[in-house]
Every structure is written in structure tokens, then in C-alpha cells.
Ligand binder design. Sequence first.
Ligand code: GTP
Length: 235
Amino acid sequence: MVPKYKRVLLKLSGEALSGEQGFGLNFDIVNRVCAAIKECVDAGAQIAIVVGGGNFWRGRSSGEMERTRADHMGMLATTINSLALADSLEQLGCQVRVQTAIAMHEIAEPYIRNKAVRHLEKGRVVVFGCGTGNPYFSTDTASALRALEINADIIFKASMVDGVYDSDPKKNPNAVKYDTLSFMDVLNRDLKVMDATAASLCNENNLPILVFNLEQPENIVRAVAGESIGTVVHS
Ligand code: GTP
């Protein structure tokens, strides 16, 4: 495989890592995802990862809690997933560094942009934990921010949907999938690809997002190779 993209920010859905149980981690899935990531690294692509935490905690839906504290719990959930990915990648023979936006020195490196870039240049996978480190921001926004900071060529958003549709394909059997879309379309039509903060950040900085399904983890390899899968959102 010859990578089309040199440096990729891979946003993984936490929920997709839990499989059918819908909670926690399914290590068969985690290992398959990590095997695909390793294939990309072996082919020469640089991969940085942001993972959600929805398989452990959904900060947004916890209405009874104070939002900031609920979001702190969500950041810890992303770190659990980051450590699981790092462990699986290491067992497969990849070099990995986990960096967290909130310092937890005993567990991971603190986020330092230049060190992250250096790790990538050395062929290490870098996993960014704790989102942006701030409440009120999603891991989609963290992906956009980190991707811009490390000068990634593209964001891959790998989740439970195989692309962006004009309506919910689970409710409407005639829903049409887009191959390409602009961020303005996403914002104006309120398509649920990513939140508006992440979409604006990518739009303003000309950073494309490829949305595809993680249920076939090999899609990560196909995406790095530049095959036309999923939906590309661009400025
Ligand atoms: P180079 O600069 O290429 O040598 O990178 P490196 O990551 O190999 O070197 P470094 O000496 O920074 O780190 C060695 C090991 O310690 C790696 O596994 C790092 O992930 C880990 N490490 C570095 N800083 C921290 C930290 O603040 N906390 C934790 N928990 N681990 C750290």
C-alpha cells in the first residue's frame, strides 16, 4: 500500500470500540483497529489518534451533573481508551506515545506539540488523551485542534456510520449518501457529522475530514491509500 496521506489525525469513536455490548472495550475490535493502524504505519504513514470516551461516559447526556465535572469524567474516559489503544499497538510491535492534555505524569506524557511531531517523524503513533483538556469541547474539536497543530493532511473520522447522509439512514431507507460535501453544507443543513466548533475550525483552516465506518477496521488502510470510501468534507 502506498499512502496517499503522509500525516493523518485518526478520530476513533469510543463507542465503536465497545462492539455490540455498547459499553467498555471489546479487545477483538481494539486489536483489529490497531492492526490496521500498524499496517498504515508500516507503509510509511504517520498516525496520530484522538479517541472519544462514549463507551465509558457520556458527559453530555448526564443532565444531573454539573457540566464541567461531567466533562472532566469524559476526559478521563478518553484516556482509558488511549491507554488501551497504546497497549494493543505495542503488543503488535508499534512504538506508541500517549500524551494527555491534562497532566498525569505517572501515566502518560503531557501534551507537547513539538514532541508529538518528533514522535510522528520517528514512526511512533501518538495518542492524544483528555480531548482539548477543557470542558465544553468535544473530542471532535480536539481532533480538529490537534490535527491543525501537528499539520496533519486530513482528519479521518471513523465511527459507526459509513458516511454522511441527507437524512438518517436508520429512519429513512431512501436516505442518500454524499461522496463530498462542504463544511458550509454541514453547518447550514445541520448535518450531524461533527459539532459546529470542529466544523468551523476545519473550514477556516482548510482541513478536510473523511468520514467512514470503523465496523470494518480495514477501512483505515483503504482511507490512507486514498481509496474513495465514506464522505469527504472540505472547505
Ligand atoms: P526521544 O526524544 O526520541 O528519545 O523520545 P522518547 O519518548 O523515547 O524519550 P523520552 O526520554 O521523552 O521518553 C522515554 C519514555 O518515557 C517513553 O516511553 C515516554 O512515553 C515516557 N515518558 C516521557 N515523559 C513522560 C512523562 O511525563 N510521563 C510518563 N508517564 N512517561 C513519560
